[in-house]
Design a protein around this ligand. Structure first.
Ligand code: SF4
Length: 261
């Protein structure tokens, strides 16, 4: 292989790995500086800074987000394998217009997983799910409504990992192409509760058309895991009524009851 080609390939692999770390919740990567005995930290947004307040040991050996606590008994590397299998996916036409694959983010050991529809423009640009307006609403639901920490207590992903152009709904063939990876993600995490946000997520997980206004707040099962259906935060923003907000609040209280049981 020509040196230039090999270099380009290595850079692409490095970029993919850094994207993967960022999607997994890492914000920094420790580097050994040739200019100093102290390591420096590279942020995944591309800037560098010294992190001297932290103990040297913790700066040299980052805790993997996929290292499960010894006593939780859950699988440890499932999400890594799923992400590797997904690769630089071209299994459906959404690959032609996306900027980044938005795999998911949060705690891979979480007991609670939210599943949305697909990345929007902000998510596509940043490579992270639910970072736009709807994402802020979801964070508010998690942190103010449920008193949980979004990054520590939940994992968030979508039924398709690439942005549908113009924020249209994902098409059937796109959902079918991406669904196996969603299922593998959920099986790898195996949370106590999955929350489907909105009709497309609920319909994809249940394999039928779900009338979300009728079925929100009801429990279902997905691959042996409890599944709650509720409104998508983007819908809440469009129909910001007391009734709708109360409905989502009530649904999340049901989820909390199961999480605490
Ligand atoms: S939406 Fe899913 S199946 Fe389609 S290209 Fe993206 S990752 Fe692949």
């Amino acid at each position: 292989m020509a040196p230039d080609t090999e270099r380009a390939l290595l850079l692409q692999q490095l970029k993919n790995y850094l994207m993967f770390l960022r999607e997994s919740g890492h914000t920094h990567v420790p580097l050994n500086s040739e200019l100093s005995e102290l390591p420096v930290m590279a942020t995944l947004s591309g800037t560098f800074h010294d992190s001297s307040p932290q103990p040297l040991e913790s700066r040299m050996v980052p805790k993997s987000p996929f290292t499960k606590p010894e006593d939780d008994g859950k699988p440890s590397s499932g999400l890594v394998d799923v992400r590797e299998e997904l690769g630089d996916c071209e299994r459906c036409k959404l690959c032609e217009t996306r900027q980044t694959i938005v795999f998911g983010s949060g705690n891979p050991n979480a007991d609670l997983v939210f599943v949305g529809e697909g990345p929007g423009a902000d998510e596509d640009a940043q490579g992270l799910p639910f970072v736009g307006r709807a994402g802020k609403k979801l964070t508010e639901i998690i942190e103010k409504g449920m008193l949980l920490d979004r990054e520590k207590d939940t994992y968030i992903c979508n039924i398709v990992k690439c942005r549908p152009p113009g924020n249209r709904d994902p098409e059937k063939d796109e959902v079918e192409a991406c669904k196996p990876f969603l299922i593998k993600q959920l099986k790898a995490i195996r949370p106590k509760v999955i929350v489907a946000l909105g009709k497309p997520a609920a319909s994809t997980l249940l394999g039928r058309t779900v009338p979300i206004t009728k079925e929100r707040g009801t429990w279902h099962e997905f691959e042996g895991m409890k599944l709650m259906l509720t409104y998508h935060p983007a819908y809440l923003l469009r129909a910001y009524t007391l009734e709708n907000r109360q409905a989502v609040y009530d649904d999340m209280q049901k989820v909390l009851e199961v999480l605490k049981a």
